[in-house]
Design a protein around this ligand. Structure first.
Ligand SMILES: [Zn+2]
Length: 234
């Protein structure tokens, strides 16, 4: 049996822990991305709705203006019978005609907005709403899947903690100490020394004396370059 074997077993457990930890850390980020995407789609819908509201406001303003002018015209027409001089009557008639043109212009503006712009803007709201509807379900589903996966990952990590403790207990204490230190800087921390005496971690060719030590398989032998624990398949 390889003297480093308990360390290799421990590293295998640690490898699984590392992967799960990375996944657990990544899940909130993925959720945030999904939520942000949905927020973007919702914002687009809000903007489209605002454009329709703004249009309605402009239509209302033009209609109100037309109504104000029409009211003025009515007042002028009612004053007509009381006018004595021809000149004054002429002026009032001119004024009425001009106001009627203005009212018509305002009404035409309102109509043009209704006929030309409203269909386009309402079409955009419809499209944006369709996108929201399409995305909402997908995002909700994905977010709940991610929540579920996170719970699974946490449960797996809990059970791996016990497995790790058992694996670590089988490693010779000084070897364990060395491994714990090196694994925070180099991963994997325990690597194969090739037939040609090359460290599988940093690819440096080891001196023959180191290769000999590894082959003898009695003590922990670190790579002279990167410090990873070397072993040979025996
Ligand atoms: Zn190395």
């Amino acid at each position: 049996m390889n003297v480093v074997q308990p360390l290799i077993d421990l590293q295998e457990v640690d490898g699984r822990i590392r992967e799960l930890e990375r996944e657990a850390k990544d899940i909130p980020r993925r959720k945030a991305l999904e939520t942000a995407r949905l927020a973007g789609v919702n914002a687009a819908l809000e903007i489209a709705k605002n454009h329709v509201e703004a249009l309605q406001k402009r239509v209302k303003e033009d209609e109100d203006e037309a109504e104000r002018i029409r009211e003025k015209v009515r007042t002028l027409k009612m004053s007509q019978p009381g006018i004595k001089s021809n000149k004054e009557l002429q002026q009032v008639l001119i004024q009425i005609e001009s106001l009627e043109h203005e009212a018509e212009a305002a009404e035409n503006r309102a109509l043009a907005l209704e006929e030309d712009e409203r269909p386009t803007l309402e079409g955009r709201v419809k499209d944006a709403q369709a996108r929201v509807d399409a995305e909402q379900g997908g995002v909700d589903g994905l977010v709940s899947e991610l929540d579920q996966r996170l719970a699974e990952v946490k449960a797996e990590l809990d059970s791996l903690a016990a497995e790790r403790q058992a694996a670590a207990a089988k490693v010779e204490p000084r070897m364990l100490l060395y491994y714990e230190r090196i694994r925070t800087k180099r991963w994997p921390a325990v690597v194969l020394l090739s037939e040609d005496g090359v460290c599988d971690g940093c690819h440096l060719v080891q001196p023959p004396s180191v290769a000999q030590l590894v082959k003898r398989n009695q003590v922990l032998v670190p790579c002279t370059m990167c410090g990873r624990v070397l072993y040979r398949d025996l």
